[in-house]
Design a protein around this ligand. Structure first.
Ligand code: ZN
Length: 67
């Protein structure tokens, strides 16, 4: 199988997506601790996290830069 692999350390896009996911998670957790957020807000943060995670997984599948 000839697949072009990009090194995780040198894949800027992978790093960016990973950072985005981490940021969404951290902010969501922070908000939850800071005050009780509404169910809608919680759902919104869940959606954001899932979107960020999906983007990261999609990128890894396309680039094969997860291994
Ligand atoms: Zn990549």
């Amino acid at each position: 199988m000839t697949q072009t692999r990009c090194n995780v350390l040198s894949c800027v896009e992978h790093e960016r997506l990973e950072f985005e996911l981490l940021e969404v998670r951290t902010r969501g957790q922070y908000l939850t601790r800071l005050r009780s957020i509404s169910r809608e807000e919680q759902a919104e943060w869940d959606r954001r996290e899932q979107r960020a995670l999906a983007s990261l997984v999609d990128h890894e599948l396309e680039h094969g830069c997860n291994s």
